[in-house]
Design a protein around this ligand. Structure first.
Ligand code: ARG
Length: 471
């Protein structure tokens, strides 16, 4: 541990608040065990694969190999039982595990690190960890998709205002709106799958940076650890972290999607909108205003997006100036990745919960769907179809009808036929039928459109795709 009596000239100037001398400061900045202990399972798994390979290649004796494997299993059990004495003096997870192994099995422990360096070891551990994180996040997003599909199906025909510029634009269905998020989450999952594919190559055996003179079998360790193949270049193997950057990019984009839905929930649950009511499980009260139901979970999903974007930026900036191969800077790759993964887990779970049990206020949505002359496009389209009017002129006619209704303080559907004919003599009673919000959405049958039948088809197609995944 630190030598408190050591005080250098430099630390006499800036070390006043430290109990120890430079050695203590060095230890604190250098140690990563506080966070990289999360890699223990991957570290032990990688060491076992390495050890078995060394035995098969006659680099280690079978007796040493057995002692090492048994010792590593013991270390794993101790860590899992929570009684492993992690030590800061031993810097990181790799040296903590190895040192305990030496206590347990003696000298043979020192042979495990043959033909390996902490550089390829940590790169391997971290890839294994990120691969697990990708799989976990994918499962969570699949769960969110299932909930979105259930709610979309339920509300395939529930009309609501569709917005552009947050101004009422045209009626859409609530199901169609949720299906937009199903599409986004589907792409988030496919980004994770792409990242996983590129990640899934094994750096183990790159050693410190140049490979090794021992007759190792990198294909064997790669296969045992579930990688597609060993990485082709040892310098690249120990020095790139693009797999972590890709994972966090996918996280950041997904977080932005969740944040947009969270923002909509915040707006929709407000007293001014009342489109949706979140369950008690996902709201909080105010300590002073008894009427309040605050959408805290949605606000926090929105806020946490900032962290995830920050995590991606942090590692991009760490990496941007590093010469090949390993630099200690790269030890700082882990905390942003852990934070991004933990944050996404929480945000996806909260969103899944909120969407799953929110109450959709169909009556309010329907009234809102018609407010703001949202069927003006429908009357313009009618003029094009029935009167063969060029769309630009039809747009003008519809605009005049909106102005008339606005001046009278009524909705488009409340204008009399005579009033409409004063604007455009060709308008007949049939035109009035297109002014209802239900007929408006029902008419939008184009592929990808909001008509309830299209929404139901989209739900069915997405469900079929999910069940194909299981097959
Ligand atoms: N704890 C280190 C890290 O996470 C392990 C690699 C150390 N390598 C070295 N050359 N000091 O990056």
């Amino acid at each position: 541990m630190s030598d408190t009596s050591k005080t250098s000239a430099a630390s006499a100037m800036w070390g006043g608040r430290f109990e120890g001398g430079p050695a203590a400061i060095m230890q604190r900045i250098n140690a990563s065990i506080d966070f990289d202990k999360r890699l223990y399972a991957q570290d032990i798994r990688g060491s076992k694969a390495h050890c078995r390979m060394l035995v098969r290649q006659s680099i280690l004796t079978p007796e040493d190999g057995e002692a090492i494997i048994a010792g590593l299993d013991k270390v794993l059990a101790e860590i899992e039982a929570g009684d492993f004495p992690f030590s800061m003096a031993l810097e990181d997870i790799h040296m903590n595990v190895e040192s305990r192994l030496a206590e347990l099995i003696g000298e043979a422990a020192g042979r495990l690190h043959t033909a390996r360096s902490r550089n390829d070891q940590v790169a391997t551990d971290f890839r294994l960890w990120v691969r697990d994180a990708i799989d976990g996040m994918d499962r969570a997003l699949k769960g969110l998709t299932e909930v979105l599909l259930r709610r979309a199906d339920e509300h395939a025909a529930t009309v609501m205002p569709g917005f552009t510029h947050l101004q009422a634009a045209q009626p859409v269905t609530f199901g169609h709106h949720l299906m937009a998020y199903v599409e986004m989450v589907g792409r988030d999952r496919s980004r994770l799958a792409d990242a996983r594919e590129r990640l899934n190559e094994c750096p183990l055996g790159s050693a410190a940076l140049a490979g090794t003179s021992f007759p190792i079998d990198r294909h064997a360790t790669a296969a045992e650890l579930g990688f597609e193949r060993p990485m082709r270049n040892s310098l690249d193997g120990v020095s790139d972290r693009d797999f972590a950057l890709e994972f966090m990019s996918a996280c950041a984009i997904c977080a932005v999607h969740l944040s947009r839905l969270a923002e909509e929930l915040v707006i929709w649950t407000s007293a001014q909108f009342r489109f949706v009511r979140l369950s008690d499980a996902f709201t909080t009260g105010s300590s002073i205003m008894p009427q309040k139901r605050n959408p805290d979970a949605a606000e926090l999903v929105r806020a946490k997006t900032g962290r995830v974007i920050g995590d991606l930026n942090a590692l991009l900036i760490v990496m941007k100036g590093l010469p090949l191969a390993y630099s200690k800077d790269m030890q700082d790759d882990k905390e942003p990745v852990f934070e991004a993964a933990d944050t996404m887990e929480l945000a996806i779970a909260a969103m899944t919960g909120m969407v799953g049990d929110m109450t959709v206020n169909a009556e309010v949505l329907k009234v809102a769907a018609g407010a703001g002359f949202t069927t003006a496009t429908d009357i313009a389209d009618w003029c094009v179809r029935a009167l063969r009017m060029p769309f630009r002129r039809a747009h003008h006619v519809a605009g005049s009808l909106v102005k008339l209704a606005e001046d009278k303080g009524i909705g488009l559907e409340d204008l009399s036929l005579a009033e409409m004919q004063a604007v455009e003599p060709g308008i007949t009673e049939a035109a009035r039928a297109v002014l209802g919000v239900d007929s408006s959405v029902a008419s939008r049958v184009s592929f990808g459109g909001t008509a309830p039948e299209r929404v139901r088809e989209a739900v069915a197609a997405a469900r079929a795709a999910l069940s194909r995944e299981e097959a």
